[in-house]
Design a protein around this ligand. Structure first.
Ligand code: GLA
Length: 386
């Protein structure tokens, strides 16, 4: 939607007063490699997308907080001095969580009108929630002159999602959405939060995101289950080696898993985390050297590990990833995000993009009965004022 239309919608929904609202944008993200490693203090390699969330926002002179969206039917009015979580889990919990974090830091906020509008497919694992959180945090920081750094806003957003929304996510999504740079991927160490960006020079190749359009039903409970399994693995390892998290182990330590973890499932989860961290390290170097086919190979290995060891893929994601690999011009394909549904990310030679979409679309429908959607994303900057 054009910015002028967004402004018009804002004036249609709220009072048509003379003072102008301010507009902000926060992207979604796609993770190229490094899945389910962030909450294990490991490595991730995401980038920010051109799809995202707009926030049109204006201060009020009273204490009313008006929250509206062009994406869902639900809107809300609250008193800013006494905000309440929505118990049906409506989208307003994302901005409310951020507001609550600002109050926890003793930052004074007043009444506001907020209009959100996003084009990230909902529930597709492209971080629409982190995008709403970050756009709110960034806007409040500017509107109320709070002087917080982008990194602090990233941490606030993750904390809001953990404690207010109740989803125990790691830091990758908020970080990618907050710190993304145009045409670059972010290599992030989730333990130290040190990072550097790597130019995403794909030359004759193109990123394609394929959406299973399968809603990620049990994602939250399965996600938390995986987190506990990783904690369990740390407990087993601690019988011999003192570690705080699995990412302290490297590929040379894999033998420890066989020696110290009697439970086959827990052993597999730990193996995924260790091998995935290793793949991210390799992938970053490979991308820096411009070897796209080799990068694709690591993406395939990542998907295999997420399927066999971490068990977070499922029929739909597997259909997309494995059928993609059979198509000429594809160098790699893997699930991205939490899994169980959502999207895959593939790298395809530019000459084969159309045939990829056609062939994969058909194969996917014949296997699952569902229709996939395809996006050719651009990699863009992180959260910003428009
Ligand atoms: C979700 C979470 C992230 C990360 C991924 C899996 O997107 O929000 O923190 O754990 O799953 O890599």
């Amino acid at each position: 939607m054009k910015l002028s239309q967004l402004r018009e919608e804002f004036f249609r929904i709220f009072d048509n007063r003379t003072d102008e609202p301010v507009i902000f944008f926060s992207p979604g993200r796609v993770n190229l490699i490094g899945e389910h490693t962030d909450y294990n203090n490991g490595f991730v390699f995401p980038c920010a997308l051109n799809y995202g969330t707009y926030l049109v926002i204006r201060k009020r002179n009273d204490n009313q907080l008006l929250m509206n969206t062009l994406n869902f039917d639900f809107s809300d009015i609250q008193n800013i001095d006494n905000i309440n979580k929505n118990i049906s889990g409506e989208w307003v919990n994302y901005p409310l969580g951020i507001i609550s974090e600002f109050f926890d830091r003793k930052i004074q906020l007043g009444g506001m009108e907020m209009l959100f509008s996003g084009d990230i497919p909902n529930g597709a694992g492209l971080s629409s929630s982190a995008s709403i959180e970050m756009v709110t945090a960034y806007a409040l920081n500017i509107l109320y002159d709070a002087g917080l750094s982008n990194l602090e806003l990233v941490k606030i957003s993750q904390h809001a999602e953990n404690s207010f929304v109740g989803m125990n996510c790691g830091i990758m999504d908020q970080f990618a959405v907050g710190m993304g740079e145009k045409d670059k991927a972010i290599f992030l160490n989730c333990d130290t939060l040190n990072y550097h960006t790597v130019p995403l020079e794909l030359n004759h190749y193109q990123l394609i995101i394929s959406n299973t359009n399968k809603r990620r039903g049990l994602t939250d409970s399965k996600y938390n289950e995986r987190r506990s399994e990783c904690e369990k693995a740390v407990e087993y390892i601690n019988k011999k080696e003192s570690i705080k998290h699995l990412s302290q182990l490297s590929i040379q330590d894999l033998h420890l898993l066989d020696e110290l973890i009697p439970d086959e499932i827990i052993r597999k989860r730990a193996r995924h985390v260790i091998t995935e961290n290793n793949r991210v390290l390799q992938a970053v170097k490979i991308l820096e050297n411009g070897d796209i086919p080799q990068f694709g190979k690591l993406m395939n290995e990542s998907h295999d590990s997420l399927k066999d060891d971490y068990e977070v893929t499922g029929k739909e994601l597997d259909a997309l990833a494995y059928e993609a690999r059979k198509i000429e011009g594809t160098v790699g394909s893997r699930m991205t995000g939490a899994g169980f549904g959502g999207c895959t990310v593939s790298i395809v030679h530019e000459n084969y993009v159309d045939s990829f979409i056609e062939k994969l679309g058909k194969a996917y429908t014949s296997i699952t009965g569902l229709k996939a959607d395809f996006y050719k994303p651009d990699i863009e900057d992180g959260v910003r004022q428009i």
